[in-house]
Write a protein that binds this ligand. Structure first.
Ligand code: 48H
Length: 257
């Protein structure tokens, strides 16, 4: 039978439309498809929760593709090896508590297993605001990334979610919006974003986990965004903390849902 361009078009529109409609009311909405966000999405989906992830860029993976300075290898410490095992990501011991993985293998494996576990990912979608009620976050305001990039004045759409996870990396974008626009204070020492500190890998990796928590009713932070929000240092291209942070936020939300 001859292939039909109109059927191809209809198939894509109808399937995407159904996927979007199905994700307008979820248990958890994750903003940002870096390692922390993807791992969080995987464990939540695996536990049977309804979870969606919005990523601004065309590709998933955030800052992991380039390893360190575009040398596409990542370093992971022993504590995070069970997560690499869970995703069948291969690694080699380098020295002491430092293991290496190919960053391309790592991202593709994380993404593949997360989607297969039931995480729905919308790429090319930017989160520009939150939906709020009195001192509570109850969803996200989304728009096409090209709309944002072109600076077009086009109103966004809105989705509802019991919990939101800011996994936007260094930019900590959702928390910034909440600090600026939602009445109430963040659950940080100053009530505001504390800001990321300079490099200290060992301390940063421990703090990333401690800082992975609720920062405003209904809003959690994970990964680099957790450190930026609570004032932890950066750690460079070691990714165990990002993976463990994603796992931790998923566990906490599974307990609360
Ligand atoms: C939709 C958005 C929005 C938005 C941002 O930066 P990431 O990889 O984040 P993490 O926390 O999973 O990993 C951090 C790691 O990559 C890193 O930078 C490290 C370890 N740095 C150490 C150091 O010393 O520098 O991914 C965040 C993702 C990106 O893909 C963004 O495009 C996306 O979030 N994003 N998506 N709407 N408003 N803001």
């Amino acid at each position: 039978m001859e292939l039909n361009e109109v059927i191809i078009t209809k198939a894509i529109i109808e399937k995407y439309n159904a996927k979007l409609m199905d994700n307008l009311d979820t248990d958890v909405a994750i903003v940002g498809g870096g390692p922390a966000g993807i791992v969080a999405g995987y464990y939540l989906a695996k536990a049977g929760k309804k979870v969606v992830l919005f990523e601004r860029k065309l590709s998933i993976g955030g800052g992991m593709w380039g390893g360190g300075m575009m040398f596409n290898e990542i370093v992971v410490q022993e504590a995070a090896l069970p997560i690499l095992d869970e995703f069948n990501i291969r690694y080699e011991k380098f020295e002491e508590d430092h293991y290496t993985s190919d960053s391309i293998e790592a991202i593709t494996a994380l993404t593949y297993k997360a989607v297969q576990a039931g995480l729905t990912i919308f790429n090319c979608v930017s989160v520009e605001d939150v939906m709020m009620r009195t001192e509570e976050i109850i969803g996200l305001v989304i728009n096409w990334s090209p709309v944002e990039m072109a600076g077009l004045h086009i109103d966004p759409l809105t989705m509802r979610s019991t919990f939101v996870v800011d996994a936007t990396g260094h930019a900590t974008e959702v928390v910034k919006v909440v600090m600026k626009k939602v009445p109430g204070e963040l659950m940080t020492p100053t009530g505001k974003i504390e800001g990321e500190k300079s490099m200290w890998s060992d301390k940063a990796e421990t703090l990333t986990l401690e800082n992975t928590r609720e920062v405003f009713p209904g809003l959690y932070v994970a990964g680099m965004s957790a450190n930026a929000t609570f004032g932890g240092p950066r750690m460079g291209p070691i990714f165990g903390g990002m993976l463990l942070s994603g796992e931790k936020v998923a566990k906490e939300l599974i307990d609360r849902l």
